[in-house]
Design a protein around this ligand. Structure first.
Ligand SMILES: *Cc1c(COP(=O)(O)O)cnc(C)c1O
Length: 350
């Protein structure tokens, strides 16, 4: 290795799910929403003015921040926005996880956490889930440099009840606790109200899943005014203009449409519950999911084999070749029609 290479900040990167592109495909591998964004987004897109792109966007992303504050009933000083919740989370790792003590997160969870910890040289400890794939709150009641986990967890889909999340936060007043609520809109309870009670809590959400805006890259976080201030200081020291003009306009439109949001998330929940029954009938088992995906294993047929067989039909699901979860498939909930095709194929194959 050359001398200059020895000083490179090396990291093993996160591997995102495949983005195949076939006209006939059923894409159930990256937890995207099968419905289009709100009609308000399409309208705003058509009315967008290309000439405005000459000018830098508002560095504080005011329109979007104020819109989020209004919709979620918080002060604008309690809102932070970023280029997807990945950007928000990365900035939060950089800002808040700066101790010699390890940060804590589950061993089976969003696989970006250990990548950011490695990139920023943050010590960490990955805590095993129990046999039911649940996070055990007591495991997070020891010395630490910070805590992060998704609720519901990914890729398991398991929700931790509100009271248990609060127990973890209440027990850790000396470190920052980040709850990644990427999937909370599909039937789980958000701990957002707790930001008024705990100034060290950050609640992170996204427009990627429940608002069908994965391609737009808009994430957001809620926390105490103090925490949001610290986050913004780090952001302005890195890249002042994270949110571009189209993001500010289209993101604001997406969060306004409460009726459409309720309708599409409810449809996904209904189709999820139908899919659970069908998968059970075909010999699958899975932890109960409160998300827009199901993490399933079959009683006889290996997950890898099913993954390959589905892929041949252009039905894409996610398979993780990792110890402990390598006999599971993470299946995103698509439209009713897509799930019927998935079940029909599985029935015939099995
Ligand atoms: C999808 C996902 C994210 C990131 O989503 P963005 O598209 O970057 O907003 C963050 N955390 C978890 C657990 C996710 O599944």
């Amino acid at each position: 290795m050359s001398i200059w290479e020895e000083n490179v900040r090396k990291v093993v990167p996160y591997t995102p799910g495949e983005q195949p592109d076939f006209p006939d495909m059923i894409k159930l591998n990256t937890n995207e929403n099968p419905y289009p964004p709100s009609p308000l987004v399409e309208k705003a897109l058509k009315e967008m003015d290309a000439d405005a792109l000459r000018l830098y966007p508002a560095p504080a992303a005011d329109a979007l921040v104020e819109g989020l504050a209004a919709v979620y009933h918080v002060k604008k000083e309690q809102v932070f926005v970023g280029v997807g919740s990945d950007d928000v989370l990365a900035m939060a790792f950089l800002t808040f996880f700066n101790s010699d003590k390890p940060i804590l997160f589950p061993n089976i969870t969003y696989s970006f956490y250990d990548v950011w910890a490695d990139l920023f040289r943050i010590p960490y400890e990955q805590i095993p889930l129990n046999e039911e794939f649940a996070i055990v709150p007591e495991d997070y009641m020891k010395e630490n440099g910070g805590i992060i986990f998704p609720n519901p967890n990914a890729p398991t889909g398991v929700e931790m009840p509100f009271e248990e999340v609060e127990r973890i936060i209440a027990h850790n007043p000396e470190s920052v606790v980040i709850i990644d609520e990427a999937y909370v809109d599909f039937g789980a309870a958000s701990v957002l109200p707790l930001i008024e009670k705990y100034e060290n809590l950050l609640v992170v959400q996204t427009t990627s899943k429940s608002r069908s805006m994965a391609g737009m890259r808009i994430g957001f976080a809620f926390g105490s005014e103090k925490m949001i201030h610290y986050l913004n200081d780090a952001k302005y020291s890195f890249n002042s203009y994270t949110m571009n003009r189209p993001s500010l306009i289209l993101g604001s439109a997406a969060i306004q449409d409460e009726a459409y949001f309720r309708e599409t998330t409810a449809k996904i929940v209904t189709v999820r519950e139908w899919t659970k029954k069908e998968l059970k009938r075909l010999g699958f088992s899975f932890p109960d999911s409160k998300t827009n995906f199901i993490f399933a294993t079959h009683e006889h047929v290996p997950a890898k084999e099913l993954f390959e067989a589905l892929k041949k039909q252009h039905i894409f699901v996610r398979y993780f070749n990792k110890p402990g979860i390598d006999n599971y498939l993470r299946i995103t909930i698509g439209t009713e029609e897509q799930m019927k095709k998935l079940i029909a194929f599985l029935e015939q194959y099995l």
